[in-house]
Design a protein around this ligand. Structure first.
Ligand SMILES: [Zn+2]
Length: 446
């Protein structure tokens, strides 16, 4: 008998990010995530050569075989200059696991009539992100969910279940199909401050005895080359660094790593410093204030937080209220020993106005560079050297280690495991007889 249920992987196989998993069950067709891989298009494009998306929509991507031309999926506007005709949607929904762009960035190509399902808090973060940057996933009908919801699409029942990751409101999915349960981890970790969320996911999936587990493997590699701290250890390491620092402390972390924002807020409190953030971070914290599950500090009313105001030619409307409370480079220069300043790489030139004094520190609180000859890493070091900043590294990953992933698979004990979001799927095969590595775009029948 022909199987009623099938999975096709249009992204995320053999690489980190870009997950795009099509699940078909009888007449129902849904996607799990719709991301852009980190190395997207690098074979043909570079910093000086860009796809002509704003003029020709999907044309360049189709011709270069970077995106699959599927009927009934993309918006009319994106198909204006390609041979694939526009037809009414053939997909009932796209389920997004979390806010990172390697899981949702290609939504901008999708027909606005196809509903997009997001965690409630993810949508709040996304609205803040789209307002404060050039990032956009396009116009869609957004439908939000929380853990405990069950969304029915024909014979499919989709259960989003929270997991801990380096952004709030990250979810895995447990899907009840005509051919048994299918579980998808999204991105997750077990060493974070909210590890109990991941345990909830594992327990629910284990109980469902899934036919297939689609499992992330970001850190599944022959050798772990990076520092491996917990969020608590990041806190302790940084408290030590800040306590030893005579003057300014500057730090950089990922823009949506709210746990890290909270960690540095606590470090600032502990070391009697003021935590100075960008207006973009302040906007995000403000947007998350109503969510009782996340407990972020109030960037406007909490006096231990300040908002750094760069000298800019024009101000955005969204910044106005925040910048009533802003402080400038001169204030930071004059109060350096009482400050922890968050500065993105793109804002490093602010150091020219701030002029950190001898005995200042820089804490790089994100992943170490992938490549040894990483050009941005070299530039960061050059700025630190020029501006009296001693370089430190302290980061907790958003992903399970290799051992944690393998333990999780053993605990869940699925009939089949499909590795995704990993450069080393073969290592799953070595460890598990039931590991299955699909080719990209290959249909797997359940
Ligand atoms: Zn992620």
């Amino acid at each position: 008998m022909v199987s009623k249920t099938a999975l096709t992987f249009y992204g995320g196989i053999g690489c980190i990010g870009g997950n795009k998993i099509l699940l078909r069950d009888r007449d129902a067709k849904i996607f799990l995530d719709f991301g852009e891989p980190f190395n997207f298009g690098e074979k043909y494009f570079s910093r000086w050569l860009w796809p002509r998306e704003s003029r020709f929509g999907l044309k360049d991507y189709f011709v270069l075989n970077l995106i699959e031309p599927l009927m009934g999926l993309y918006s009319e506007k994106m198909l204006e200059h390609v041979d694939l005709p526009y037809t009414e949607p053939e997909y009932q929904g796209i389920f997004i696991s979390h806010i990172h762009s390697d899981h949702n960035r290609h939504l901008r190509f999708v027909d606005e009539k196809i509903p997009v399902y997001f965690g409630q808090t993810t949508l709040r973060m996304l609205e803040s992100w789209q307002l404060t940057s050039r990032f956009s996933v396009g116009e869609h009908e957004f439908r939000t969910f929380r853990t405990g919801d069950r969304i029915k699409i024909d014979d499919l029942e989709i259960e989003p279940i929270h997991v801990d990751h380096s952004t709030p409101a990250a979810y895995g999915f447990l899907i009840h199909s005509s051919e048994g349960a299918i579980a998808y981890t999204g991105d997750l970790r077990r060493h974070g401050p909210m590890s109990h969320l991941t345990e909830d996911f594992i327990n629910a999936v284990k109980e469902a005895r899934p036919s297939v587990l689609i499992c992330e493997g970001t850190r599944v590699a022959p050798k772990e080359r990076r520092q491996n701290l917990t969020e608590k250890q990041v806190y302790q390491t940084c408290v030590d660094i800040v306590s030893r620092t005579k003057n300014l402390v500057v730090t950089t972390f990922y823009g949506r790593d709210v746990d890290r924002m909270k960690t540095f807020y606590k470090i600032a409190k502990k070391t009697n410093r003021r935590f100075i953030v960008s207006s973009r971070i302040a906007h995000l914290l403000n947007a998350l204030l109503p969510d009782p599950g996340i407990e972020v500090p109030d960037p406007i009313r909490d006096e231990s937080i300040g908002i750094y105001c760069r000298v800019l030619k024009r101000r955005y409307v969204w910044e106005k209220e925040l910048l009533e409370h802003a402080i400038d480079a001169q204030y930071i220069r004059e109060n350096q020993k009482n400050i922890i300043l968050v500065l993105d790489f793109s804002q490093f030139a602010e150091l020219i106005d701030i002029m950190p004094a001898e005995g200042s520190s820089f804490i790089h609180s994100m992943s170490e560079p992938f490549e040894e000859d990483d050009i941005e890493d070299e530039i960061k070091h050059n700025w630190c050297e020029r501006f009296n900043l001693e370089f430190h590294q302290a980061h907790a990953s958003g992903h399970c280690s290799k051992d944690e992933i393998f333990k999780l698979i053993k605990e869940i004990n699925p009939k089949k495991v499909i590795p995704i979001h990993t450069e080393h799927p073969r290592l799953f095969k070595v460890k598990f007889d039931n590991a299955l590595i699909p080719a990209s775009r290959q249909q797997i029948l359940l």
